[in-house]
Design a protein around this ligand. Structure first.
Ligand SMILES: N[C@@H]1[C@@H](O)[C@H](O)[C@@H](COP(=O)(O)O)O[C@@H]1O
Length: 242
């Protein structure tokens, strides 16, 4: 595992964007596993900037997102589809049909999960999976527990996750109670994983995930089993390492 700690957020984000851009330069048809949350926003901003300067193209790339809330109306400002359109897709030359986000409004969510797994199998393996981390160690929306699910599934969001994400909604009551998420097996099948965390509030979970026991009670700890993980941290998030 390569752990890089940065003094300045801009350097962290430009490094993350640089890793993704070099992948696209060497493999234009790369499959990118993408994430939402505040952590990757700077990376998407840098990728947008690099695209506008002619340094990177997404024209042949495909993307597959980790997760989506269940039940938010189409076009809801906090849906992860809207997030991705707003922060990346509408600013670059990716073909809209090549951007996949689970459909949290599917009438049959079980069928949607199975179809998403088939899609990942068809277009995969994912070349690079971008990840943030929840305060409880969740990746995607795979919450801690006595066991984890391998494939795409519907998950009940724990209270702590709803509270953390309430900052984006008018009130916590409007944060959905469920989400569709890619499972941990799908995440771990990616050829490379790029984990990003910022801020002092992530220091403890980063320490636990990267140096503690490998346990389903901290889903991000499973990344210790992956052969090709790059971790990008700001000084605060890396504060408890070493
Ligand atoms: N489902 C997402 C995760 O994929 C993300 O990693 C996490 C952390 O978000 P942030 O980067 O805003 O701390 O938030 C959400 O719960």
């Amino acid at each position: 595992m390569n752990i890089w700690t940065f003094e300045h957020e801009e350097d962290l984000s430009s490094t993350g964007a640089g890793i993704i851009a070099s992948l696209l330069q060497s493999k234009p048809r790369a499959v990118l596993g993408l994430a939402t949350g505040s952590s990757p926003v700077g990376i998407y901003r840098h990728l947008t900037d690099m695209h506008q300067r002619g340094l990177v193209s997404f024209a042949q790339a495909s993307t597959v997102n980790l997760d989506e809330y269940v039940g938010l109306p189409e076009g809801h400002p906090e849906s992860y589809r809207t997030f991705m359109n707003h922060h990346l897709f509408q600013h670059v030359d990716i073909h809209p049909a090549n951007t996949r986000v689970p459909d949290g409004n599917a009438a049959d969510l079980e069928a949607e999960c199975a179809a998403y797994d088939r899609l990942i199998d068809e277009i995969g393996p994912v070349d690079l999976q971008l990840l943030g981390i929840g305060h409880n160690g969740h990746i995607g929306f795979n919450e801690p527990g006595p066991s984890l699910v391998g494939g795409t599934h519907v998950v009940e969001l724990v209270e702590r996750t709803r509270q953390a994400n309430a900052r984006f909604f008018p009130s916590i009551d409007e944060v959905p109670a469920q989400a569709v998420t890619m499972g941990v097996a799908s995440i771990l099948k990616a050829r490379q994983i790029l984990l990003v965390a910022r801020g002092a509030d992530k220091a403890e979970i980063i320490h636990r995930a990267l140096t503690g026991p490998i346990t389903t009670e901290c889903p991000a700890s499973l990344l210790q089993c992956h052969p090709n993980v790059v971790v990008l941290l700001d000084r605060e998030a890396g504060g408890l390492l070493r």
